[in-house]
Design a protein around this ligand. Structure first.
Ligand code: NAP
Length: 284
């Protein structure tokens, strides 16, 4: 007898998707579909617009319809933790998940790959980057900043300086992540760039339709690696100004591409490559 809760036909085509509300803007279907085509894998990846009040019911039902997992985006990234049976340590630390695996035993596994995507992007575009010798400076203290901070801590960065418009959120991050976090006043954000090897805009400032991030860059050293999590536009004003000062810059699109790879591998059984073809597919 098949267990009706876990039964999947042996010839099922694996399905995956991205759950959000709204979700039409997501680039994940474009990049996963590119990989499926490229590797000739029989499978599909679709956008799933799901209201918060339907999230639990949808996650319970999807495995029964042939889904092997999903990505999760705004506004569900925090809520899925309470619905998961297994939460990885990094997802628990970050307080959010972006990758869910529907296990054959029926259990829901939640992970967060944003920090992995952040590091892999910088390592790909700045192979000689050495983050562990000098402080890093992170602007912002939202969900994405938490993933970045967790990844930088794991990479043995000795000190992570944080400034956030709402100071309380930065203080909370320090309380949770520990003494290597040093909080700066928002008005003093420019000061924390002094001696920083890595500088990250983890706010939503600079996105198309929003004002640019403006902090004084006088203390920014020319040997710093500057990156922005915003990828629309690809070169934000913040990155353009850093580049004009002589800094190396890396845009945020690669983080989006790299964070997708572990999920694709788990669901479809092939470790995908992040290359220029994928960038073009994501931008198309
Ligand atoms: P979030 O949790 O809503 O946090 C937003 C952050 O931006 C907070 O630090 C917030 O400060 C700050 N902020 C918003 N408006 C501001 C303003 N007018 N002045 C100063 N600071 C402001 O969002 P998130 O999930 O962390 O995402 C942040 C950005 O990263 C978004 O643009 C998102 O698209 C991008 N992102 C990119 C990737 C990627 O793969 N490249 C992955 C994840 C996220 P307060 O705390 O004061 O509100």
């Amino acid at each position: 007898m098949h267990d009706p809760d876990t039964f999947q036909p042996p010839d099922a085509i694996p399905l995956a998707g991205v759950i959000g509300w709204p979700v039409a803007h997501s680039r994940s279907p474009a990049l996963h579909s590119h990989w499926l085509r490229r590797y000739g894998i029989a499978g599909a990846y679709v956008p799933l617009a799901v209201l918060p009040e339907h999230l639990g019911q949808v996650l319970h039902t999807l495995p029964k319809a042939g889904f092997v997992g999903v990505n999760v985006t705004i506004p569900h990234k925090e809520a899925v933790l309470a619905l998961a049976d297994i939460v990885t340590d990094r997802a628990a630390l970050i307080g959010a998940a972006n990758t869910l695996i529907f296990r054959p035993d029926g259990r829901l596994h939640a992970d967060n790959t944003d920090g992995y995507g952040f590091m892999a992007n910088l390592r790909q575009h700045a192979p000689d980057w050495v983050p562990e010798q000098c402080p890093s400076a992170v602007i912002g203290a939202g969900g994405a900043a938490r993933a970045v901070v967790a990844a930088l801590l794991e990479a043995h960065v000795p000190e992570i300086r944080i400034a956030n418009r709402t100071r309380l959120r930065a203080d909370q991050l320090r309380a949770e992540f520990g003494a290597r976090i040093v909080v700066y006043e928002w008005a003093q954000a420019g000061n924390m760039l002094d001696g920083a090897a890595t500088v990250v805009n983890a706010t939503s400032m600079g996105m198309t339709g929003r004002p640019p991030l403006r902090i004084p860059l006088d203390a920014l050293g020319t040997d710093a690696l500057v990156t922005d999590l915003v990828y629309n536009p690809l070169e934000t004003t913040f990155l353009a100004e850093a580049r004009a000062r002589g800094c190396r810059t890396v845009d945020g699109l690669g983080m989006l591409l790299h964070q997708a790879a572990p999920g694709f591998e788990r669901w479809f059984g092939h470790r995908p490559e992040v290359d220029d073809d994928l960038r073009r597919a994501a931008l198309a």
